[in-house]
Design a binder for this molecule. Structure first.
Ligand code: HEC
Ligand code: HEC
Ligand code: HEC
Ligand code: HEC
Ligand code: HEC
Ligand code: HEC
Ligand code: HEC
Length: 372
């Protein structure tokens, strides 16, 4: 059974977004690279490794160094100059003005990028987000669409401390230390230790002790059962249980892949051939070629209507006439064949669906028969 992430992080042992480790138990990606160089080289190209950066390093802000947007009675600008990005809100009559230095840029920008700043000891989520589809600012998903009633409201939304922790725990590495937000040594983006846990003791053991001992000292998610494996990615992508208990069942849940996937008939029996890592290597950039996913489907589905479903008998010429029900799915290949096509399965069964709130598309992970 899928579990809420809150229960996973309160259980013993490492789980992504758990923030109880000490600063010196983290070693950083450069240290992992000494022994896992190829994994580091490819993981850095994944969007996750750039899920948040300090504002000074945000490519989008450098390329769009003067963004502006009119919001009811206010005008908002983000101006980037000399490695600094400043958010300014001005009343239309020019009478009042508020400004804040942006500290962090969240999101590599596939959908968009949202900014975080600090004021009087609290963190704020910017009211405006940069959207890639329009190459311009617009209201941050989840924030009020009503015209703001004050300069403060026009600038952003104050985040309660628990929410600030959650934001940074999902988008950065080693930013919650001893259960306190500590951005001094935070590593931008989701890097090795955000998923595998702090690595200091693994590194010490690999340098000195027996290898088996070192392997025990770092989490290897490939040993998780299929449900736990999906919940592992769900620590940030939200588990099925997180969506049911915290988010609700409206159209907004399209972006939560674990929830959608586990509702599929294909998942009626949890199976390692259909976990997130069956289709996505978290150390490699996302594959955009639909054909690359076909082999995943065909591990369970026959590839020709009427073909016997076990490997080696896909060709209908070899159908075994002594077994009239040989086209019945067997236990290893439980799924039927597609009556429509033999390739690019995901284009029809996992379509990209438009979301008006995010001004973007999401891949629907609820594998199903297309509506016709
Ligand atoms: C001094 C060399 C060294 C360093 C530094 C190092 N590792 Fe390893 N690690 C190894 C060796 C050797 C293995 C066993 C062979 C393998 O799986 O590559 C291993 C195995 C692993 C495994 C699989 C464990 C298992 O159960 O089999 C993970 C996950 C891992 N390392 C992650 C990391 C991360 C994350 C870092 C950085 C925080 C890191 N390693 C730093 C040497 C190192
Ligand atoms: C520590 C939090 C965290 C964990 C754990 C995590 N992710 Fe992510 N993932 C993110 C964030 C944040 C993004 C958004 C990155 C962006 O676009 O800025 C993301 C984006 C992605 C993307 C989209 C990449 C793209 O190019 O658009 C894929 C695919 C993905 N994750 C797969 C996985 C898989 C598979 C797992 C489990 C092995 C996993 N993630 C675990 C935080 C996490
Ligand atoms: C529970 C983990 C979690 C929390 C908390 C969280 N995010 Fe995310 N965020 C993700 C994941 C996973 C994705 C990628 C998949 C998706 O878009 O839903 C993402 C995507 C995004 C994107 C789009 C990235 C892109 O490339 O288009 C932005 C922007 C973003 N988050 C900003 C924030 C901000 C700001 C906060 C805090 C107010 C926050 N997120 C809190 C996990 C989280
Ligand atoms: C988004 C989460 C995530 C991130 C980030 C991540 N890993 Fe992994 N890693 C996994 C998962 C999940 C597995 C198990 C994969 C499987 O079962 O196919 C794994 C497996 C491994 C293994 C052992 C299995 C193997 O393939 O040899 C090593 C070693 C490893 N990761 C090292 C790293 C290093 C080094 C980094 C940083 C460059 C890193 N990982 C970043 C999730 C992650
Ligand atoms: C782990 C094995 C497995 C994998 C991998 C798998 N499926 Fe399935 N799939 C099943 C099973 C089992 C069923 C239910 C069989 C039935 O009801 O006859 C099913 C049902 C379906 C259905 C019918 C759904 C419905 O709502 O009626 C479609 C369509 C489908 N799969 C397509 C796919 C596609 C496309 C892929 C790859 C993206 C895929 N499957 C991957 C096992 C799998
Ligand atoms: C059967 C294969 C399959 C499985 C299993 C799967 N995905 Fe995907 N995923 C895809 C495909 C196909 C895309 C679209 C790739 C493209 O064209 O850009 C995608 C895209 C994504 C994206 C990018 C944003 C989007 O919506 O397009 C994220 C994030 C993601 N997957 C997360 C996950 C997570 C988390 C899991 C586990 C719950 C998972 N995926 C399981 C096939 C799969
Ligand atoms: C061009 C769109 C398209 C592509 C590509 C496609 N399918 Fe389908 N598939 C459909 C449609 C439409 C149906 C529903 C047919 C019906 O209900 O008669 C379907 C039905 C199915 C079913 C349900 C069969 C049943 O008997 O209930 C499965 C399983 C399936 N497809 C798997 C796949 C796999 C695996 C691939 C890739 C090898 C694939 N599909 C490629 C459109 C497509």
């Amino acid at each position: 059974m899928s579990m809420p992430t809150a229960s996973r992080v309160h259980s013993p042992g490492w789980w992504p977004t758990k923030g109880d480790a000490t600063r010196d138990s983290y070693v950083g990606t450069a240290t992992c690279a000494k022994c896992h160089a190829s994994k580091v080289a490819t993981q850095q190209k994944h969007a996750m490794a750039r899920a948040a950066v300090r504002a000074a390093d945000a490519e989008i802000l450098r390329q769009h160094d003067h963004l502006s947007f009119r919001l009811g009675p206010y005008r908002e600008e983000i101006v980037t100059k000399g490695g600094k990005s400043v958010l300014t809100v001005t009343a239309n009559d020019g009478a009042a003005r508020l400004s804040a230095d942006l500290l962090w840029a969240f999101g590599v920008g596939h959908m968009g990028q949202t900014y975080v700043y600090e004021k009087n000891g609290s963190y704020y989520e910017s009211h405006l987000t940069f959207f890639s589809s329009s190459q311009d600012l617009n209201i941050t998903p989840g924030q009020s669409l009503a015209p703001p009633r004050s300069l403060e409201e026009a600038a952003g939304r104050r985040m309660p401390p628990a929410e600030t922790h959650a934001c940074f725990a999902c988008h950065t590495t080693a930013s919650v230390i001893n259960s306190q937000l500590d951005l001094s040594g935070a590593v931008p983006g989701v890097t090795c230790e955000a998923c595998h846990g702090p690595g200091a003791s693994h590194v010490v053991a690999m340098n000195s002790g027996p290898r088996e001992q070192g392997e025990q000292l770092i989490m290897n998610p490939s040993r998780l059962d299929p449900v736990a494996s999906v919940d592992f990615c769900g620590a940030c992508h939200r588990t099925w249980e997180d969506v049911v208990t915290n988010i609700g069942l409206g159209a907004l849940n399209l972006r939560f892949a674990p929830y959608r996937l586990e509702n599929s008939k294909c998942w009626s029996k949890p199976d390692a051939r259909l976990t997130c890592v069956a289709c996505h290597d978290p150390h490699q950039p996302l594959e955009h070629d639909a054909a690359a996913y076909d082999s995943r489907c065909l591990q369970c589905h026959a590839n020709q209507p009427g073909a016997k479903t076990s490997a080696g008998y896909r060709d209908s010429d070899h159908r075994d006439s002594d077994h009239p029900d040989s086209d019945h799915p067997d236990s290893d290949h439980p799924g039927a064949a597609c009556p429509v096509s033999t390739k690019n399965c995901t284009t029809c069964h996992m379509p990209k669906v438009e979301s008006s709130i995010q001004h973007s598309t999401f891949t629907d992970h609820w594998i199903s028969k297309p509506l016709r």
